[in-house]
Design a protein around this ligand. Structure first.
Ligand code: XMP
Length: 328
């Protein structure tokens, strides 16, 4: 059956109004398409009784918390920024297993949010869960942080009543709802970014230092691949190290090593960054973006110069399946 966007919006506005009534709602946003669309939909339904909460978990991309808050302010929606970086890094300390990291993230997220909800005396939490999240969690491919019932979490233990208005939709339909609701294009066309943020892109322990490396590399790949407009493009920091060469002479840059300048070099063990870019419609399957060689070279050059601890930059050529889009 064809998706009728206007009917969908009408139906959801009615549902949100009738369920929430005179109550109030919090929309936890990551700034991504799904939660942004939820925020605008809820605001349209119940107006000022909507508060958009942005939890700064320290795992966001460069300047993201402020950018997201400003976007909602421009739309006239009430916002609340919660600084919780320390709590997330404490919860993730010493953990290496991907699923254990996801669970630690999820528990910290809900504890933090539960506290905000109690303080704000809101009775509803609106979540941007979409169909792909439910399908993949049910299949056991991974634990999505925003799918509660399938992972056996009773929202009541977190003090929440939950509404998931987009749970029947896939990403292209969510974007269409966003467009129809009048969101700015940069919001509804935004690249998907996982809930646990850069923690999904740090293999091994998630520390502030390791997140900072991947944050810098992410901003370089996003800038350099911008014109290609891929479904997703990002950097991943591996746990392994690889030997590289650093120059102990003054004025060292990786470029002048490559050009054969000074011979006073030493071998070191450095970090490895993987660059991943994919094309997809719904994130269920994905093909690798054919990034032109000159752009890959520029990415490599900038990463090794701007982040000196990196001694290798790799490009991932695996589609989904057999791979997933993210690394954990
Ligand atoms: P995978 O890695 O499973 O990713 O192929 C499919 C899509 O989901 C995003 N993703 C996540 N989103 N929480 C989220 O909210 C998560 O834990 C998570 N893991 C992956 C991923 O970026 C891609 O768009």
């Amino acid at each position: 059956m064809e998706f009728n966007v206007n009917e969908f919006i009408e139906e959801k506005l009615k549902e949100i109004k009738s369920k929430i009534g005179n109550g109030s709602a919090i929309v936890a946003t990551s700034g991504g398409v799904d939660s942004s669309v939820c925020a605008v939909l809820t605001h349209k339904a119940i107006g000022d009784k909507t508060t958009v909460v942005f939890i700064d978990d320290g795992l966001m991309r460069k300047n993201e918390p402020q950018k997201v808050i400003n976007e909602f302010k421009k739309l006239g929606i009430k916002t609340q920024l919660i600084n919780a970086e320390k709590k997330f890094f404490e919860a993730l300390r010493g953990m290496e297993d991907p699923e254990i990291k996801r669970k630690a993230f999820r528990d910290t997220f809900y504890k933090t949010l539960g506290k905000v909800i109690k303080e704000d005396k809101a009775n509803w939490l609106i979540q941007g869960t979409i169909k792909a999240d439910i399908v993949e969690t049910k299949k056991g491919i991974k634990t999505q942080h925003n799918v509660l019932e399938q992972i056996g979490i009773n929202p009541v233990t977190f003090g929440l009543k939950i509404l998931e208005p987009l749970r029947e939709l896939y990403k292209p339909e969510v974007r269409l709802v966003g467009k129809t609701l009048g969101l700015p294009e940069k919001m509804y066309e935004r690249m998907p970014f996982p809930g646990p943020g850069l923690a999904t892109r740090v293999i091994g322990e998630v520390t502030p230092e390791r997140v900072e490396i991947v944050r810098k590399a992410t901003s370089i790949v996003e800038e350099e691949a911008k014109d290609l407009n891929p479904f997703q493009v990002f950097a991943v920091l591996l746990k392994d190290k690889a030997t590289g060469i650093v120059n102990v002479a003054r004025g060292f840059t990786p470029r002048n090593v490559a050009e054969g300048f000074s011979l006073r070099q030493k071998r070191v063990l450095g970090n490895i960054i993987v660059v991943r870019a994919v094309e997809s419609k719904d994130a269920i399957t994905a093909d690798v973006t054919k990034i032109p060689w000159n752009i890959l070279e520029k990415i490599q050059n900038r990463i090794t110069i701007e982040i000196p601890s990196i001694t290798k930059v790799l490009f991932d050529i695996t589609p989904k399946p057999p791979s997933t889009i993210e690394y954990i």
